[in-house]
Design a protein around this ligand. Structure first.
Ligand code: MLT
Length: 253
């Protein structure tokens, strides 16, 4: 069967997913800068699971039930501090470089970010949800080639309310990689747009992404600027990250 491949570029589109039956759809979520890159890095460092939640209050509620979890995430790009929680400091922000084995191995991490974890939660009814980034792009494409889904929805988390170039380019890179992954597929127009944007930018992705709003924001901040280069390392972590029945994201292989 030929797999139909669609791309959603903006939060307005992913919020509308609640109206849609995703029971036979595999969603692949991209928030290259930085939530999905951070989740992939955490799993590569040995985290047991990452549970995405929409709101800070939900993260705090999980911590009350399970004091052993780590709290992670950002608002305005920065680690969530006591002023936003009524006194509790989150353990980690949203910089993938913080998620070392020493900090996260064996841990469950509850995470809330502005766009990325919301995009993941918006896919809740999907047959399967994969967490993707440039760090695990090829492993994700190969997995899709083996799984042969009926329908594939690439969900770009975006920046604020808008599309994000880095997510579009990563979704386009995945569309391009499906060929070598031997998935029989057909790209819908949005997927063709993403793939063509990637093919045009691929010779110098760092330059193209450096012009994007999210990258410019990170590059302006000395403590966050190295995250951009970190997140653009192609296939640094050859793992597949997928949701499980409890909503947590785990490493499949
Ligand atoms: C998000 O989820 O909106 C982003 O990952 C923001 C960030 O770079 O921290």
């Amino acid at each position: 069967m030929t797999c139909r491949v669609e791309v959603l570029f903006t939060p307005t589109e992913f919020r509308a997913l609640r109206e849609r039956d995703l029971a036979r759809t595999t969603c692949v979520v991209f928030d290259v800068l930085r939530a999905t890159s951070t989740i992939v890095t955490a799993l590569a460092a040995g985290a047991a699971s990452v549970l995405p939640v929409n709101e800070i209050a939900e993260a705090l509620a999980v911590r009350r039930q399970r004091p052993d979890v780590l709290l992670a995430g950002e608002r305005d790009g920065l680690r969530i501090g006591a002023a936003l929680t009524g006194g509790i400091e989150f353990d980690l922000g949203n910089s993938p470089r913080e998620f070392t084995a020493a900090r996260v191995a064996g841990k469950t991490i509850v995470m809330t970010t502005t766009n990325g974890t919301r995009a993941l939660r918006a896919c809740a009814g999907a047959e399967r949800i994969l967490v993707a980034s440039f760090l695990n792009l090829e492993a994700t494409a190969d997995f899709l080639g083996r799984e042969n889904p009926e329908s594939l929805l690439l969900v770009c988390a975006g920046t604020g309310k808008d599309a994000a170039l880095e997510d579009t380019l990563a979704a386009g890179a995945l569309c391009d990689a499906l060929k070598s992954a031997k998935l029989e597929h057909e790209l819908e127009d949005a997927a063709l747009i993403a793939r063509d944007a990637f093919l045009q930018a691929r010779q110098d992705l760092a330059h193209a992404i450096g012009e994007a709003r999210n990258a410019r924001r990170l590059l302006r901040q000395p403590e966050l600027r190295d995250d951009v280069e970190f997140c653009l390392r192609r296939n640094a972590f050859p793992l597949v990250a997928a949701n499980e029945a409890d909503g947590g994201i785990r490493r499949l292989r």
